[in-house]
Ligand binder design. Structure first.
Ligand SMILES: C[S@@+](CC[C@H](N)C(=O)[O-])C[C@H]1O[C@@H](n2cnc3c(N)ncnc32)[C@H](O)[C@@H]1O
Length: 359
């Protein structure tokens, strides 16, 4: 099971992971592609199921996560060395640098004492561990530690006005939960890689579906990996290169996104394609079904995502008695499964209760 190595991430498939894991398992896939891997959470679940996984993303931090969780083999590496090194790093004293100046003095993403420790540890990773097999695991550990003490609502376009309570906790690196087996991580554009990255039993696609850019929403993680002290702008001190066309994704452009996704769906070389989608997206579900028809049989599974708090606890009167139900949902998450008829039918069999459409 993927347990606690969680980072706050827009569109992360935390709740759908068990479904995606079961779909992979009932497909019988032994190779899988996760083309927009983000946190690598889904790719990790596939790896745990025994699949040989290739993951792709444009983000620098995703590449680091992939090198850590997918490429490192828990059975092959010296985990005690990793534990000792992380213990040592947790004793490193703070030394203010770019992170402190930019994200603690000019903005307020981290408390100064934590920012100074992030600076000191990150610098040490560069000077002492750059060539070590542990480098991606240490950097992953640092990003996750920073995420646990940041003062945001989960995106880095802004920090919260009052310090978030968690920001007062001391930064603490933990040992990442490495998995047995190996895999492959590629940093690159899904459009360029979809048709060239290899053949797979199953391909999973979870692209951005609206204007929210990952590059700007997670600019601090980009900088923590690049370690390049970039010029910045605005209250959130975003990297100046956020303005460059090269850092923009076609999946965040309303007019271009459907065509780009259609191309990826058409080009990816896999027996089955699984696509996540939620109804807050630009593209209509019908349009996606049409796209996926090129792959063969299409099934659409629908899952309620978290309901409003009122919907979870019901409506109560002043005496605290339950007097009604809230019927509306915050949103629906869809999983589209397309491919060879026999495999696609078998995959959705355990989810019959969620089947919304078959074409
Ligand atoms: C919805 S998130 C994926 C979340 C992931 N499934 C998870 O559970 O963590 C979309 C991802 O697509 C990546 N992305 C955006 N444009 C891309 C592109 N052109 N090629 C590859 N990845 C891209 C973003 O960096 C982001 O990590």
């Amino acid at each position: 099971m993927v347990r606690c190595d969680m980072i706050k991430y827009l569109g992360s498939k935390r709740r759908l992971v068990p479904v995606l894991r079961d779909l992979l398992s009932s497909s019988g896939a032994s190779t899988a592609l996760d083309l927009f891997t983000g946190t690598t959470r889904v790719a990790r679940a596939f790896k745990e199921e025994g699949a040989l996984v290739t993951a792709v993303d444009t983000a620098r931090y995703s590449e680091v996560f992939g090198r850590c969780y997918l490429e490192l083999d828990a059975c092959e590496v010296d985990q005690s060395q990793l534990v000792r090194t992380i213990d040592d790093l947790n004793r490193v004293a703070g030394e203010p640098g770019y992170i402190t100046e930019t994200f603690s003095h000019r903005s307020r993403f981290f408390r100064p004492e934590n920012a100074a420790r992030i600076d000191a540890i990150r610098e040490l990773l560069e000077t002492r561990y750059r060539e070590s097999w542990m480098y991606p695991a240490l950097l992953t550990s640092l990003i996750l530690a920073a995420d646990r003490v940041d003062s945001t609502t989960g995106v880095q376009m802004a920090y919260v006005k009052q310090w978030a309570p968690r920001s007062a906790k001391p930064l603490e690196l933990r040992v990442p939960e490495l998995l047995p087996g190996t895999g492959r991580m590629l940093r690159g554009d899904a459009i360029e890689l979809a048709g060239t990255v290899g053949s797979f039993d199953l391909a999973y696609l979870d692209p951005p579906y609206n204007q929210h850019r990952y590059y700007t929403n997670y600019h601090i993680w980009e900088t923590l990996v690049a370690w390049d002290d970039p010029e910045h702008y605005g209250v959130a001190c975003k990297r100046v290169d956020s303005r460059d066309e090269s850092t923009k994704s076609v999946f965040n452009k309303k007019r271009e996104m459907p065509g780009a996704l259609g191309r990826v769906v058409g080009e990816v070389d896999a027996h089955v394609v699984v696509l996540s989608y939620n109804n807050e997206a630009w593209v209509e579900i019908d349009e996606l079904v049409t796209m996926m028809r090129s792959r063969g049989r299409v099934h659409v599974l629908a899952f309620d995502s978290k309901r409003y708090v009122g919907a979870q606890i019901g409506i109560h009167n002043r005496a605290g008695e339950r007097v009604g139900e809230v019927s509306h949902l915050r949103n629906l998450e869809y999983v589209l499964v397309a491919g060879d008829r026999s495999i696609a039918d078998r995959m959705v069999q355990p989810f019959r209760g969620h089947l919304a459409l078959t074409r």
